[in-house]
Write a protein that binds this ligand. Structure first.
Ligand code: AHG
Ligand code: MN
Ligand code: MN
Length: 358
């Protein structure tokens, strides 16, 4: 099979670096290491039940304790990046506290934050999952001193991300990336084990007729979300004047990818289900990286009330309401949150713009 002319991830990164003649190449090296970890995770995920799911706490032939895929993926991302001298510290969904680069390795200037496996409840049913990552610059005193990182070092708004993206383990494995210059997508070429640039300029259409929300939570939704969904459901004869389609994969990373490819709006809004949890998804390693990708692709990402990339984190595993996708829909949902009238409508199914109006 001849080599295709499509550029590799390495080529793309080298071309991007040329925009910054003084750049050291460390960011590129880090992204490439993340991509190698994602290839390793892709192989592990693809084995599925062939990987002979162990009983909890079983020890394998190498004498290692066998672990679920979330933990294996977490370790793959750590092992593939910690040695390089580019990392100041890491944070992950799978670790309560920040991860310190071991003493035998040099420390660098970047913070790596990740959800090693998003949508992992879908693994047992062979539905797409992915890994989400965000790269931040470490605070200057961390870089200068090489001290251990603390949670507060990660409390930077999403707008300061240096790079972000995800790998999607679907029918093909893809890597979708932004280094702050638009969004590009690579497909893993299994013949040569390289990510090839297949989607050179991903743009989210501004308008859509497709939405994604877990409607089993509808009784907990706030009025602006109820209003928005009711109007979508009302279709052609409702206030929106068009029929909508609905999708729910329950892998946010896969929903994000669908929306990047053909538009749509995704909502996991703040709701009243559990007052201790202001939303389901996590700010640092789910909302921020996906939000950055969306904004870089011309879409929008919001808490419902404000751009998600403007939120200053206050804890490592903080949850947040998240709405993202086609710009005009996200702006509409924000508008509904800001209109006082809509917030008073506690039963929008029977209100003026309702599904059951005369
Ligand atoms: P994770 O597997 O990292 O815990 O994340 C799962 C998240 C997200 O991917 C998805 O959108 C959501 O949980 C699914 O929520 P429901 O179970 O409410 O559908
Ligand atoms: Mn997740
Ligand atoms: Mn996860």
């Amino acid at each position: 099979m001849p080599l295709s002319k499509k550029r590799t991830l390495t080529q793309y990164l080298i071309e991007q670096r040329r925009r910054f003649p003084q750049a050291s190449g460390e960011l590129n090296a880090l992204i490439l290491d993340v991509s190698i970890a994602c290839k390793a995770i892709a192989r592990q995920v693809a084995l599925g039940a062939l990987a002979e799911a162990p009983e909890a706490g079983t020890v394998n032939v190498q004498g290692e304790e066998q672990k679920p895929l979330d933990i294996i993926s977490n370790e793959m991302l750590i092992r593939q990046t910690e040695w390089s001298g580019h990392i100041a510290g890491m944070a992950s969904e799978e670790m309560d506290d920040p991860y310190q680069v071991p003493a035998e390795y040099a420390r660098g200037k970047y913070l790596l934050v990740f959800d090693p496996l998003d949508g992992s409840s879908n693994l047992d049913v062979n539905v797409s999952v992915g890994s989400i990552f965000s790269i931040l610059r470490a605070p200057q005193d961390v870089i200068d001193s090489g001290r251990d990182v603390v949670a507060a070092d990660f409390f930077q708004t999403g707008s300061t991300q240096v790079a972000a993206g995800y790998a999607l383990y679907g029918p093909t494995t893809m890597l979708v990336l932004t280094v702050g210059n638009g969004v590009v997508g690579f497909t893993l070429d299994p013949n040569i084990g390289e990510f090839k640039l297949t989607h050179p300029d991903i743009r989210v259409p501004a308008d859509t007729k497709e939405f994604a929300i877990n409607s089993s939570n509808s009784r907990f939704w706030e009025p602006p979300v109820k209003r928005y969904v009711d109007e979508c459901l009302a279709g052609q004869t409702g206030p929106r004047g068009k029929d909508f389609n609905m999708r729910w994969i329950a892998s946010m990373v896969a929903e994000a990818h669908r929306i990047l490819m053909r538009g749509g709006v995704f909502m996991y809004p703040r709701d009243t289900k559990d007052p201790a949890k202001p939303g389901r998804l996590r700010l640092l390693y789910e909302a921020n990286p996906i939000g950055y990708v969306m904004e870089q692709a011309g879409g929008r990402a919001s808490t419902g009330r404000q751009p998600v990339l403007g939120v200053t984190p206050t804890s490592l595993h903080q949850r947040i309401g998240l709405v993202f996708g086609s710009r005009n829909e996200v702006e509409r949902i924000e508008r509904y949150h800001h209109e006082p009238a809509s917030q008073e409508k506690s039963a929008p199914l029977f209100a003026a713009r309702s599904l059951f109006r005369d």
